[in-house]
Ligand binder design. Structure first.
Ligand SMILES: *[C@@H]1O[C@H](CO)[C@@H](O)[C@H](O)[C@H]1NC(C)=O
Length: 335
């Protein structure tokens, strides 16, 4: 019943709300990193553009970011019902965009539904209370800007998890267990300094992990299903990345490691890779086998059309043979 009332509220807010500028704010945010050309709308970068616009997902907006300085708004409130009814209206709205189909009947996730006798299990309970605190729409769980200090228990059906702009400091293996449908984790702008190395590895459907703007020194192991890894603006050094970390990711397209302290390129790179962003790191030297195969001069790495090495102490003019297999010379210091 509570969930139904809540669902109706979300729906009515969604219907009433004009298009919002949350997306624009996010675009501006990316734009302000003027060394980062991810928003170049040219045909070549259409995929990147699509990624940042996430055209196929409903978006939400923080309606009232100033909060009401009520400390009870932080995580893990086992809510009273009045709070349940008011919160979505006070704090959230669902963006209604022309190109986004907001589902007519938001399917609230009820972990344990369809399974007899598990409704009161610990996971079911956790998933339910998370959908009171956060917004759950179809498989997406939106927990942005809620001052969370840890990952809330997620419903088993979660496919996309967003917890941007919180205060999460640590990711444990137990945060993401039994989430076999989870495809995307976005933890942009938290305070993460520690991630258990096996926290993500066992997630069979995971393909996008966004860890921008944290304090990560050690990138955890990631499953072979990855297509996008974004760990920009962290404290990664080369020793903080597993040896051959990306080798066995045959579908990896985007590897964003801008603004870290990486001093060599994390080889071998999978052939699928389209974008490698390493701006503002400490790469000093290129090698003949960084991208190409010195033993096979016919080898061409067609996919890798977007390599960014600007802001590194490397003189690309010294190693022209390191780029012969690429469709384009990397962006970087050529003098
Ligand atoms: C960069 O390398 C080229 C080719 O070896 C060289 O002529 C040039 O002086 C180098 N530039 C700097 C700043 O070291």
């Amino acid at each position: 019943m509570v969930m139904l009332v809540w669902g109706l509220l979300v729906l009515s807010v969604a219907a009433a709300s004009p298009p919002r500028y949350a997306r624009q704010a996010e675009l501006d945010n990316y734009d302000s990193n003027n060394y980062d050309v991810d928003l170049d709308l040219s045909v070549d970068n259409q995929d990147v553009y699509d990624y940042y616009n996430e055209v196929d997902e409903p978006q939400i907006d923080t309606l009232n970011p100033d909060e009401d300085s009520d400390p009870s708004h932080s995580a893990y409130i086992e809510e009273e019902e009045e709070e349940v009814v008011q919160k979505p209206e006070q704090r959230w709205t669902v963006e209604d965009r022309e190109d986004t189909e907001v589902p007519i009947t938001p399917l609230l996730i009820q972990s344990g539904s369809g399974e007899s006798g598990t409704l009161m299990g610990p996971n079911a309970q956790g998933g339910m209370s998370t959908c009171v605190l956060c917004i759950c729409l179809v498989g997406s769980v939106y927990c942005d800007d809620l001052r969370l200090d840890r990952v809330p228990p997620l419903p088993k059906e979660t496919t996309h998890f967003y917890a941007r702009y919180n205060k999460i400091a640590k990711i444990s293996k137990s945060d993401f267990t039994n989430l076999n449908k989870l495809k995307k984790i976005d933890l942009t702008s938290n305070a993460i300094s520690k991630i258990d190395d096996d926290a993500f590895f066992g997630l069979p459907a995971l393909d996008e992990v966004i860890l921008r703007e944290n304090n990560i020194r050690q990138l955890p192991a990631l499953p072979p299903s990855m297509t996008l890894i974004d760990a920009c603006h962290n404290q990664l050094s080369s020793t903080g990345i597993h040896r051959e970390a990306f080798k066995d990711m045959p579908g990896l397209l985007y590897l964003y490691l801008t603004d870290n302290n990486i001093d060599h390129i994390p080889v071998p790179l999978p052939h699928s890779l389209r974008s490698l962003h390493l701006q503002n790191n400490n790469v000093q030297m290129m090698h003949d086998d960084t991208f190409c195969n010195p033993h096979d001069l016919n080898y061409i790495r067609n996919a890798l059309e977007d390599v960014r090495l600007d802001g590194n102490p490397v003189n690309l003019s010294r190693t022209p043979q390191a780029f012969i297999c690429l469709p384009r010379i990397p962006v970087g210091n050529l003098i």
